[in-house]
Ligand binder design. Structure first.
Ligand code: FES
Length: 105
């Protein structure tokens, strides 16, 4: 499946990944700036924060309580904020669009 990352300046970057890859890994493996993923995906950093495109929000499984707690540490969280290491790619999510925040720290 393909993930599209839209950076804070509106630039679009595409990453083709395997099913089961999470969106944080999709970004870091494809050298997409804007997602840090400092903790490696274990919900202890919030530097993988993204804004999920509104059209895709309802297609994602709900955030866990731990993810919600950690999202409070993200910079400028919004209703559509998620931690990208917790979004696992499936065929159904092919074409997923996420927006990158201006900064992760
Ligand atoms: Fe650290 Fe997602 S990579 S919380």
């Amino acid at each position: 499946p393909t993930v599209y990352f839209v950076d804070a300046e509106g630039g679009q970057h595409e990453a083709e990944v395997d099913v089961g890859t999470n969106v944080m890994e999709a970004a870091t493996e494809n050298f997409i700036d804007g997602i840090v993923g400092e903790c490696g995906g274990v919900l202890s950093c919030a530097t993988c924060h993204v804004y999920v495109d509104k059209a895709w929000l309802s297609k994602l499984p709900q955030a866990s309580e731990q993810e919600e707690d950690m999202l409070d540490m993200a910079i400028d969280p919004e209703d559509n904020s998620r931690l990208s290491c917790q979004i696992e790619m499936t065929e159904e999510l092919d074409g997923l669009v996420v927006h990158l925040p201006k900064r992760q720290f």
